[in-house]
Design a protein around this ligand. Structure first.
Ligand SMILES: [Zn+2]
Length: 496
């Protein structure tokens, strides 16, 4: 356990005394009592109460969730509501959305009302649109990564069906949930720019130019001129800005802030990837609400793997064109067996040293990277955080517990943030991620508070918003610790 000198003293003190010591604690000592209470819960071994620790994490302020996909955060139940409202149906064979204008037979469709009455079909729907019931009974399943990333194919049709109203509705639901969960900030990946320019000649040229910097840059220079002349690019950036503005109306308040990341999918061809990334940078540079750019989709996809280095160079190029735009990248969301061993050796390294990522999403393959010591040193010196998504990593990669590199990062002074990734697909929440952090790795309360603080400190919101949110977080911790001290006191009074 880290940072345990004070906590250890307190723990020893509370271990030999009845737990009612906290009952006598003055209000100003609420933080000390909370630490001792947390240590007591954590150190109980088989006698410890996971439910009580969950209660603790549920009430605890959790700052921001800054690795968060909007469509993957939306629960399948909400999508069913949207399908019903849109007057569409669900295909009873593959559980895709069917709408009135779709051609073909409607005999294989189920209305949402009938789907909800059919337990077997409803269970099958949830198992397609999320990870629900993946492990708890025997049935035919896709591999976890295929299952997880496959869910996203279902979402976009219904979201775009009532555009932008369903996006706004979804944001409202996520805000209400965040407030209930004591989360004050979401930095969500709302949607990709939707702009792409397909150009097979460019695809061939840029791939063959890789390794020749002058040729590579000249190829990008020429292609960017074409994009800038394309009215479709500007239209798409404008449409994105309108969507963001609509979704944000009336959302920020004294205790909640919402910001967005734009992104591009790494499974696209080079021309589509570069044009989409250009639009994403434009979006982030044109709106104060769009605070960063990301790259998404399965990292082990054949295109993601074969074009990884080309894509990192494209990222670098656009970062030079848009120096004020902040970037975070999914990188190292891989593990042994998923790809060939040599392909585990460089993704985080390139995301940092070629693309210049300001944060790293997942970073799970660090122990396989050739330059891991240098990467760890860089992350510590520059204080570049790793966005750790424990549930997602366990499901998609099968990496959990001691096999997860979280402690490798911590021991090397790399800042962490804890995030949900896709809580609607994974059917988890941020409290659950902190519960895993505590029970699996035994970190101290002081350390966990520091990780929560990182979610504001290392977010991409403006400095002014950070100051406001840091003050709010401090107030929230004061309230939380008073509440825990009172709860522990009452509990111990009853136990006498
Ligand atoms: Zn993600």
């Amino acid at each position: 356990m880290l940072q345990k000198s004070l906590c250890l003293m307190l723990f020893l003190w509370f271990s030999v005394l009845p737990f009612d010591s906290s009952a006598k604690a003055p209000a100003t000592n609420a933080c000390t009592v909370t630490k001792a209470y947390y240590d007591r819960l954590l150190s109980g071994g088989s006698k410890s109460s996971e439910a009580e620790l969950r209660l603790f994490m549920s009430l605890m302020p959790k700052g921001g969730d800054i690795h968060h996909h909007f469509s993957g955060a939306t629960y399948a139940e909400t999508y069913l509501d949207m399908i019903r409202k849109a007057g569409c149906w669900v295909n009873r064979n593959d559980y895709t959305v069917i709408c009135p204008e779709d051609t073909g037979s409607l005999k294989d469709t189920l209305s949402v009302d009938n789907l909800r009455k059919d337990n077997r079909a409803l269970a099958a729907f949830f198992s397609r649109w999320s990870d629900k019931d993946y492990f708890n009974h025997s049935h035919d399943t896709d591999p976890p990564d295929t299952q997880f990333f496959g869910t996203f194919a279902y979402f976009s049709k219904i979201l775009s069906r009532n555009y932008p109203a369903f996006y706004k509705e979804g944001i409202g639901i996520l805000k209400r949930r965040a407030k209930i969960e004591n989360v004050q900030y979401l930095e969500t990946m709302l949607v990709s720019s939707g702009y792409k320019k397909t150009d097979p000649a460019f695809d061939n040229a840029i791939r063959s130019a890789y390794g020749d910097e002058r040729k590579f840059r000249s190829c990008l220079d020429n292609f960017m001129v074409l994009i800038q002349k394309d009215p479709g690019a500007n239209d798409s950036v404008q449409r994105y800005r309108d969507l963001v503005n609509t979704c944000s109306e009336g959302v920020d308040d004294e205790t909640f802030t919402l910001r967005y990341q734009s992104y591009v999918s790494r499974t696209l061809s080079p021309s589509e990837f570069f044009s989409g990334l250009y639009a994403a940078f434009q979006e982030a540079s044109n709106s104060a609400l769009v605070v960063g750019v990301n790259v998404v989709s399965a990292e082990n996809n054949p295109v993601s793997m074969s074009d990884y280095r080309v894509q990192m160079q494209m990222f670098r190029y656009l970062k030079e064109k848009f120096p004020a735009v902040k970037t975070t990248m999914h990188a190292g969301e891989l593990t042994m067996g998923m790809v060939r061993p040599e392909e585990l050796a460089y993704h985080i390294t390139d995301a940092l040293f070629v693309a210049g990522a300001g944060r790293v999403g997942h970073g799970v393959d660090i122990a396989y990277e050739n330059n891991a010591p240098m990467v760890l040193d860089y992350l510590r010196q520059k204080q570049v955080p790793i966005e750790v998504c424990l549930t997602s990593n366990e499901f998609i990669l099968g990496v959990k517990g001691a096999a997860h590199p979280i402690d490798l990062y911590v021991r090397n002074g790399v800042p962490l943030v804890i995030a949900t990734d896709d809580p609607g697909v994974s059917r988890n929440n941020l409290a659950n991620e902190y519960l895993l952090l505590a029970t699996r790795y035994g970190y101290s309360y002081d350390f966990i508070k520091q990780v929560v603080g990182n979610s504001i400190r290392h977010s991409f919101m403006s400095d002014q918003d950070k100051v406001r949110n840091s003050r709010l977080l401090q107030r929230k911790f004061d309230e939380f610790e008073s509440r825990i001290a009172a709860f522990a006191a009452a509990r111990n009074t009853r136990m006498r």
